[in-house]
Write a protein that binds this ligand. Structure first.
Ligand code: ARG
Length: 593
């Protein structure tokens, strides 16, 4: 059966309402609020009664519901329709309809997930800054952005992920001047020397991590020190060759280190572009904006006014050039939009960045629309809330301030190790396998702990709660998947094979219905860019499986062969869909635990 059961029933109910002279949308069928009564419901009879009353006719919703149910009772996919309360229709599909659908899902490698009309989408996420410490906003951006990227890709879109490094601000001036103080003899600092700088970097990542905070601290206390950093930044932006050569080293060194950090989180970017690489486009862009007549001089700065749109008027102008002539965050983001237009020409660009930057993006997007480069609906800022510590403030590692991805990853691994020991899971495996499991459990805990929340809410980072094997957690889902893997291994040992699915038990039916909701969950998650809906789906699936597994024995001796094969097929299908779903949210399942 090529349609989901819900869609099939929905179409039938719409046709029934239409046949009775009502707008077809009254026939909308949804998953039931009371799955204990029936898996599906339709509330259109009440709306239909209202519709008749408006036309001055007498109407009784229960009567309408009865008429609809009479029409639907001839539908071979429907086992039962009950009218409840004022006129709710509770609909139960036939076991045959459910079985047919389950077999279709089983034979589909995507377990029912449709491939949709592809768009080309750029997703801008990660957004770490060269040398500057990462904060939880960068972590969340990486985790959420990766999930949205994988979701969109799985749906069939052509998605390009760009880390968009912050590598063009004052931090570069800090690094340059601080390095100059440490090693003034390096050729990069000779004012008149052009070209011909050493290939090897004069600094390693540890140096950058040391130089930046040192300079930043000094500059905060000493205006003259700050001025040197500013001046160096301006010279860099003006193209001083030695500084440019240094910048290239800083970027290369940072990218190598970030690749490791992001890699340990399973986050991969297609593009490692940044602010610096669009610098060459800025002069031409500014000329174009001037020629279009949308720029203005204001107190020596060059701006674009963007407060002229209807819904939200009080948006401050885009700052293209500061009065010092320096380019700003707006400028590099606009130039990046120019770059993406000419290099990729995407249908859509998504920015997965901290909610606190909402105004920045509103300004940039309005600027780009005013320039005529994009339509407003091609640009979207997907903001998110903060990950807080137990003190309710943005999470910091114990040493305070600097969040290093490596520290976070090892912290999760430690919490997972403790938890595995406590629960006695996998304790008889060798050390390597135990370490691999702890890694996977830790990552699952971290990612699920984040992604299960609505993107825009703040949440409390709690390694202990996140690593629990009970409740709505990543480890619970891993355990559920691993349990099915071990069941499948035992079945293989006993020579039991998956066969045709024939639904008879209500828990089988409930599991099949949950499986049938995959495509719907993914579509809803895409429409709101909401990974938590994927989390909800996999969690619900794991719960349905667990109930099924309790109620419906598979490998017991007294179970008939076809029943074994049917149930085993449901188990295989569940595992496949669980792994697909977990992969979207960036979670990897170990072979055993
Ligand atoms: N580097 C920025 C920050 O740390 C985030 C970059 C987000 N992406 C963008 N295109 N502005 O705040």
């Amino acid at each position: 059966m090529s349609q989901s059961v819900l869609i099939l029933l929905d179409q039938a109910a719409r046709a029934a309402f239409e046949q009775l002279g009502f707008p077809e949308n009254f026939g909308k069928v949804t998953e039931s609020d009371r799955p204990d009564l029936a898996p599906f419901q339709c509330n259109g009879a009440m709306a239909a009664a209202g519709f008749l009353k408006k036309q001055g006719e007498k109407a009784n919703p229960r009567e309408i519901a009865t008429q609809v149910s009479e029409i639907l009772s001839s539908n071979s996919a429907i086992a039962d329709i009950e009218i409840a309360g004022p006129g709710f229709l509770n609909i139960t599909p036939t076991p045959d309809a459910v079985s047919g659908r389950a077999n279709t899902l089983f034979s589909d490698p995507r377990t029912g997930a449709q491939n949709i009309d592809p768009k080309t989408i750029v997703i801008d996420y990660g957004g770490a800054n060269v040398a500057k410490p990462m904060h939880v906003g960068h972590l969340r951006s990486a985790v959420i952005g990766e999930a949205i990227k994988r979701l969109l890709r799985f749906r069939g879109h052509n998605v390009i992920g760009d880390v968009h490094l912050g590598d063009w601000g004052l931090q570069m001036g800090h690094l340059i001047t601080e390095l100059e103080d440490e090693q003034p003899d390096l050729p990069y600092f000779y004012a008149d020397k052009a070209g011909d700088y050493p290939d090897a970097s004069p600094v390693a990542m540890d140096d950058l991590a040391r130089l930046y905070p040192a300079a930043s601290r000094k500059a905060k206390e000493d205006p003259a020190r700050m001025e040197r950093s500013r001046a160096a930044t301006a010279e860099l932006q003006a193209g001083r060759p030695g500084y440019r050569a240094l910048l290239d080293h800083f970027i290369t060194v940072s990218i190598a280190s970030l690749k490791k950090g992001y890699g340990s989180l399973g986050v991969e970017f297609d593009l490692w572009k940044g602010e610096a690489c669009v610098d060459p486009l800025i002069p031409g862009m500014i000329d174009e904006l001037r020629a279009k007549g949308i720029t203005e001089e204001s107190d020596g700065a060059l701006i674009i006014r963007v407060d002229d749109e209807s819904e939200k008027k009080d948006v401050p102008p885009v700052m293209l050039l500061a009065s010092s002539g320096a380019v700003l965050y707006h400028t590099t983001d606009l130039a990046t939009l120019v770059d993406r237009k000419s290099e990729i020409d995407p249908d859509l660009i998504l920015y997965v960045v901290d909610q606190r930057q909402a105004l920045h993006f509103e300004q940039v997007f309005r600027g780009a629309v005013k320039a005529g480069w994009y339509d407003r609906d091609q640009l979207d800022h997907l903001g998110f809330g903060t990950m807080n510590g137990k003190d309710g403030k943005p999470f910091k590692t114990r040493e305070g301030g600097v969040l290093r991805l490596e520290d976070l990853v090892s912290m999760m691994r430690d919490a997972a190790t403790t938890r595995l020991e406590e629960s006695g899971i996998g304790q008889d495996f060798d050390a390597d396998e135990r370490a691999d499991i702890a890694d996977k459990v830790g990552m699952a805990a971290l990612k699920f702990g984040d992604l299960q929340n609505q993107r825009t809410t703040n949440y409390v980072f709690d390694p202990e709660r996140f690593t629990a094997f009970e409740g709505k957690t990543g480890p619970y889902l891993l355990y559920a998947a691993v349990r099915i893997k071990s069941l499948l291994r035992r079945a293989a040992d006993e020579g039991v094979r998956a066969g045709e699915i024939k639904i008879s038990h209500p828990s089988e039916s409930a599991l099949a219905m949950a499986l049938d909701g995959f495509d719907r969950a993914l579509a809803a998650a895409e429409s709101k860019y909401a990974p938590h809906l994927v989390c909800d789906h996999v969690y619900r699936l794991a719960q349905s499986f667990s109930r099924f597994y309790t109620d419906c024995p598979i490998l017991k001796n007294d179970v008939a062969t076809e029943v074994k094969s049917s149930r085993l097929a449901l188990a295989e299908l569940t595992l496949r869909q669980l792994e697909l779903g977990l992969n979207i949210i960036g979670i990897e399942v170990p072979e055993r635990m």
